[in-house]
Design a protein around this ligand. Structure first.
Ligand SMILES: [Fe+2]
Length: 295
């Protein structure tokens, strides 16, 4: 895997970065390529999270224009909503100019602010960020689409320290069967059953075999001590004021330390990939020999 540095933005001519992202590389901007006011950054860093450790992140939901994960005064809540909305809209506009082919068919997911120091958090294994993992969202199955995330380090002095390993194709080759791909994919009743329960209003998420596997794989990797200890590791410390983006379901990653990161997530349609065969769902389908999502 590679980190591709982009020093100037906007560029003199546009490059199609999709092949780089789809193979698990990171696009890295040493200087954040969009504007986000210093006052907004100060406001986010000033919010007091003492005693509110139950909230992992503050989330902004573009579709419903609301913020969750912070309980402050009504004034703070209003200001936070305005700041997160502004951040989200700005980063969406930037990402659309960087990756117009994806923007034509993407789905906007949440933006988040990560207020806590990563090195001192006490979380259950499946929520720990310091263990290498690929992303999968329990409440938002992608049905084979990809998870693109844009991160910005807004800490005034601390780097955000990532470790990554070889991207999904190598990982799937080595671990997908051991993780239970065949067993999970062979279960053909749980998705239709969940659809019925969902249709009558029960809080059940219908998941394709692909989504069930990816959710399971996230936890399998975190609990696999041999993988965690012995896989090849690539370290990158993202400086304050930098921005980077990657497919977090293609590139396994972990965060060891750092505080005050902003992030916007996009669900990228597999139909807009430069090479559809790179998608994790296609890699797993080749291994399994049958479709893992509905056509
Ligand atoms: Fe992650």
């Amino acid at each position: 895997m590679e980190f591709l540095t982009i020093d100037t933005w906007p560029p003199a001519s546009l490059t199609d970065y999709r092949p780089q992202l789809e193979t698990g590389n990171v696009l890295y901007f040493p200087t954040t390529p969009f504007s986000f006011p210093a006052e907004s950054q100060d406001f986010l860093r000033s919010l007091d999270f003492a005693g509110k450790a139950i909230h992992k992140n503050i989330a902004y939901r573009p579709a419903s224009d609301r913020v969750t994960g912070f309980e402050g005064t009504p004034e703070q809540q209003q200001h936070l909503l305005a700041v997160m909305r502004d951040y989200s809209r700005t980063v969406i506009a930037f990402t659309a100019s960087l990756l117009p082919e994806y923007a034509a068919a993407w789905k906007l997911d949440y933006a988040s602010f990560r207020p806590l120091e990563e090195s001192s958090r006490d979380l259950p294994v499946n929520k720990r960020n310091d263990l290498l993992h690929t992303d999968a969202f329990p409440s938002r199955p992608t049905h084979g689409d990809l998870i693109l995330r844009v991160f910005t380090n807004i800490h005034p002095s601390k780097t955000r320290n990532w470790i990554t390993t070889d991207p999904f194709p190598a990982l799937a080759e080595k671990y997908a069967r051991a993780a239970g791909l065949d067993r999970i994919a062979a279960n053909t009743w749980s998705e239709p059953a969940a659809r019925v329960l969902h249709s009558i209003g029960l809080p059940v998420v219908p998941r394709s075999p692909y989504d069930r596997f990816m959710l399971h794989f996230h936890e399998y990797l975190k609990r696999n001590t041999d993988f965690q200890q012995n896989c090849p590791k690539y370290r990158f410390d993202f400086p304050p004021g930098s921005t980077w983006l990657t497919f977090t379901d293609v590139l396994p990653h972990s965060v060891h330390s750092g505080q005050h990161a902003l992030e916007q997530t996009f669900i990228i349609s597999k139909s807009s990939l430069s090479r559809a065969e790179n998608a994790p769902v296609r890699i797993l389908e080749r291994l399994y020999g049958k479709p893992l999502v509905a056509a």
